[in-house]
Each structure stands twice: as C-alpha cells, then as structure tokens.
Ligand binder design. Structure first.
Ligand code: G6Q
Length: 536
C-alpha cells in the first residue's frame, strides 16, 4: 500500500499549504460567499457548523476531501457498522453503533445478529431504572434510593459523568455521584455525605479487573456490609460488566448485573449498560433519546457525501492543522455550563484513540497523529488562558460550541454568553491592526494589536436535549474515527496504558516493605524516601 505521505493527495496538500499558509482571514473573507460556502447546516441534526474562520481555500478543502477519498474513509465506516473486526490488534469488531441502532436492523458478529442481546439488556435496564426511580426497588431497610454512586474509571466513568452533567436540567431521579480515583479521598469524600440506607452503588467495569474500581468497590462494600450485613449487597450494588464470573466472585448476583460485550470499547461505551447512571438520573426514555440522536449522526456519517459530511469535515480540518501547519493542540471551548465536562471526555475519546504511532502495516508512522485535546468552558477560559490563544506564539485551532436556546432562560445571561462566543471567534479570526488600535499611547500600540488568523469552528446546537447531545458526541466519535482511518491507526486499542499498570503492580508490594527495589536509581530513591517517612 502506498505510504500516506507518498500519496499524490498528500503531496498536493503540501503544495497547497505552502500557498495558503500565509493568507489572512481578512483577505479570504473578501469573498462574500465564504461563510455560506463553508457552513454545514443540518435541521435534522439540529446543528449549524461554520468552519469559514479556518485558513483554507476552496482548493484546500477539495484536496482534503480527495485525501479522505483516497484513504477509503467511507468503506472503513461501512466495515465498522457491519461488524468487521476493524480493531485488528485485539481482533474485535467495533460496534458502539449497533448499541444505538434504533432501526433494529440486524448487525452480525461471526454470523450472529447482536441486536436481540442488546435489546434484552435495554429491557432489563428500563425495568430496573423504572423501579429504582419510582421507589419500588428499595435499600436494605426498605427506604427509597436517594443517591447513586457510579464506581468506574476511564471509559466507565468519563462518558456517563459528562452526560449526567450535561443533562442535569432534565434530572428527576436520584442524585448521582462518580468515584473513579484510587486515592481514598475520592470515595471517602463521597460517602461521608451519604446515608448507606438510601445509597446504591453501580460498579462499572468492562473487565471487572481494574485495580482502581475494585479497590473503591470493596471499600464501598465494607461500608454497606458493616451497617446491614452481607445480605444487603444485593440491595445496594449492581454491576455493569462483560465479566460475569468476576462480578459473582465480588458478591454481586448476576440478576443485578447488566451486560455488555467486547465489541463495545470502554471509551465508546456510554451508549451501553455503562449508561445506567444516565438512565437512573433522567429516565430510560431520555436515555433512548440520547441513543436516537447518536443514531441519526451515524446515518449522516455513513450516507452523507464527503462534501457535506460533518464529522469528515471536522476531521479533515484537524488533519490540515496537525499535519500541514504543525499545530499540536486542539482546544474545545463549550459556551454552556452543562457541557463543562465535554473537554475532559473528548481528551480520552480522542487521545486514547489516536495517540498512536504504529500503522496498519505495523510500521512507525513518519507523520503526526492525534492532537493534544484540551479545553474549558469558554467564558471562564476568557479570563484565564485566552491571552495565549489570542496573542501567544502558538496557534491553537479551537471548536467553539454554543446553544441557540438554553434549557432555561435566566434573565439576559444567555445573550451575554453568546455575545462572548461570537466576539471571541471574530477577534481570533480578524484581530486588530496597528491602525485600528485607538486611544492609546504610541508606545503601547504594538502590545494592543492582535494578529488574528487564529482558526475556529463555530458549532451551534439548536438546544441541549438528550437527542442533540447524542448527535454531538457521535459527531466527535466519527471525527476521531475518520482521522484514525486516514492516519492508518487502530483507534480502538489502548496498549499505551498497559506498561504503567504493570509497573504499578510490581511496585505495590515494595511500598509495604515486603520486597527490595529493583529499579533505576531515581525510582529506587523515590520508593526509599516514601518508605522511610510513610506512616504504616
Ligand atoms: C477505554 C479504556 C479505559 C477503560 C478503563 C476502565 O477505552 O479501555 O479507559 O475504560 O481502563 O476499564 P474497565 O471498564 O475494564 O474497568
């Protein structure tokens, strides 16, 4: 297969970037059609995406689309949706799209339709959440469950936590808490505010072998068992997992286990039983609306031509800056309080998927792959790090995400919020020239000029509902997928996180003083220092 960087489409982009790199957005916007040309509006998805404030021309966009075509993005998407084993290092299909396949059309894995098993778990989730929310399912003392604690980490934490935060406005169920860190402070600070009689723990772990999760789950179990005895585990714990044996060994009856499967990757699992906290918080119907939104985006991604395909466009723009301009980070700035956890969710989704350097042929790549993703809610960022975004020496392409209508109108807050969104993208694009700086002492003019030409995408969502949230998350998932295909990566494995886990397992007994250190001089000295001062 031709190497990515040897492809004619790649070479054409290299030529194009040398012509376009120094263009200014002020110049490019002399084309009065530019905003219209570089906007995708989709009423069905309730999205309006304006990517005109990027350093691109019609020709650059065409050449980027040629690259996507030459890398067969759409054929790979079809392979994913139809259950081919595109996660080749783990020999697994990648079917988070089947979980939210609202059409219920069969999806086969090794000749077996997976839809009936998906539907069966959803029926069990619906029944459970309805009983929990109505008070029919109670704790050991007969009291209604008021607090639900999700114990999980990584993909078994970030997705449901982000969605629960985003859908807070619709919350009408028990209060949700999330414990992920193995630092005892996390579980301790959480349970100290709770009443064990009215608390349910969800132990969310695909493998049910994750050290952090099992440590927290055991601490929680001791807390409950100390009060109400071993029998009470059945009333206060449920498990979300693929590993029935380990769940039962922990002491949770398989009736209280909600299954998912190896074909759902951890960071793509919020649509599965891992979404249980979401269904507890807002009800199963709203959880289904979330799935429906994602399914609508799935259809768009699969069927829309590249020219108007939203995830493909966003992926190509990221590749444009990452590979042709050499910009290393990509920021996500939600102008919505509810979306404040989106950047940290996307950090995992993107960086764990595409933070890799070995391609399909098992060779080291000779080009950049996954961007560094970071971000914060926008207006807060404006009062802290936006200085660097506007006037620093680094260029940071950014997604600005805002709502046309907030879930609730509070005075004129929303107008002020969105005025900031629009002002920031305008200022980043067009800056302020020397001549435009007014009322300033001559010596300060150079400090007060803004170069502009800082690229942004403006993503407007009609309103924040479970449906549009599903659309938004799936949009980013498919953006990540598209980039992974073009870079020739397996976006669905995560070997990079293994080494640290193995070494931590080796070091743990050394911290009890049971073994001698056998590491490099720095690690040995750190362990000695810790052991000499740590109070046992
Ligand atoms: C996600 C990763 C990782 C995983 C956690 C938790 O794609 O695989 O973040 O979700 O390590 O794993 P368990 O769910 O197995 O506990």
């Amino acid at each position: 297969m031709t190497k990515l960087t040897d492809k004619i489409e790649w070479q054409n982009l290299l030529n194009n970037v040398s012509q376009v790199k120094n263009s200014s957005l002020r110049e490019l916007f002399k084309d009065s059609q530019r905003a219209e040309k570089f906007t995708v509006k989709n009423d069905n998805l309730k999205l309006y995406i304006d990517y005109s404030k990027n350093i691109i021309t019609d020709e650059s966009m065409k050449l980027l689309i040629d690259l996507a075509k030459s890398c067969d993005v759409n054929s790979y998407a079809k392979k994913m949706f139809t259950g081919e084993k595109i996660n080749w290092t783990e020999n697994r299909p990648v079917l988070h799209t089947a979980i939210r396949n609202r059409s219920n059309a069969p999806v086969y894995v090794d000749g077996v339709d997976v839809m009936p098993q998906i539907n069966a778990v959803f029926a069990k989730m619906k029944d459970f959440t309805e009983k929990l929310r109505s008070g029919e399912r109670v704790g050991a003392t007969g009291l209604k469950i008021a607090d639900v604690v999700n114990i999980g980490i990584g993909g078994s934490d970030l997705g449901p936590k982000m969605v629960c935060e985003a859908l807070q406005f619709y919350a009408d169920g028990p209060k949700l808490h999330f414990v992920s860190n193995v630092d005892g402070a996390d579980i301790d600070e959480t349970i100290k505010q709770l009443d064990p009689a009215t608390t349910l723990f969800i132990v969310a772990s695909k493998t049910f072998t994750t050290q952090e999760t099992l440590t927290n789950a055991n601490t929680a179990k001791n807390w409950i068992v100390d009060k109400f005895g071993t029998e009470s585990v059945a009333k206060h714990f449920i498990a979300l997992s693929t590993n029935k044996t380990a769940v039962e060994e922990f002491g949770i009856d398989s009736n209280n286990m909600f299954e998912f499967w190896d074909f759902v990757g951890g960071r793509y699992s919020l649509w599965s039983a891992i979404g249980m906290p979401i269904a507890c918080l807002v009800g199963f119907d709203k959880f289904e609306e979330l799935l429906a939104g994602a399914h609508e985006m799935d259809k768009h991604f699969l069927n829309e031509p590249y020219e108007t395909n939203i995830p493909v466009k966003l992926a190509l723009l990221d590749i444009w800056y990452n590979n042709f301009f050499g910009y290393e980070t990509h920021a996500v700035f939600p102008y919505s309080y509810y979306l404040s956890k989106l950047p940290s969710y996307l950090q995992q989704a993107d960086m764990e998927s595409n933070g890799k350097s070995t391609n399909r042929d098992g060779e080291k790549v000779d080009y950049q792959t996954g961007s560094i993703i970071w971000g914060e809610p926008g207006t807060n960022g404006q009062h802290s790090f936006y200085q660097l975004v506007h006037q620093g020496t680094k260029i940071i392409p950014a997604d600005f995400i805002g709502l046309v209508n907030p879930p609730k109108k509070v005075g004129d807050h929303h107008e002020k919020l969105m005025a900031n969104f629009f002002a920031q993208t305008e200022a980043l694009a067009f800056g302020l020239t020397h001549d435009e700086v007014i009322d300033t002492e001559e010596g300060l003019i150079s400090y007060k000029t803004f170069d502009g030409n800082r690229p942004t995408n403006s993503i407007l969502i009609d309103e924040l509902t479970p449906y549009t949230l599903g659309v938004l998350i799936a949009m980013y998932e498919h953006k990540i997928f598209t980039e992974g295909v073009i870079w020739g990566l397996d976006s669905f494995d995560q070997w990079g996180v293994q080494l640290g886990k193995v070494l931590a397992g080796r070091i743990l007994p050394e911290l009890s003083g049971d073994k001698n250190s056998m590491h490099d001089s720095s690690t040995n000295a750190l362990i000695r220092e810790y052991n000499s001062k740590h109070k046992k």
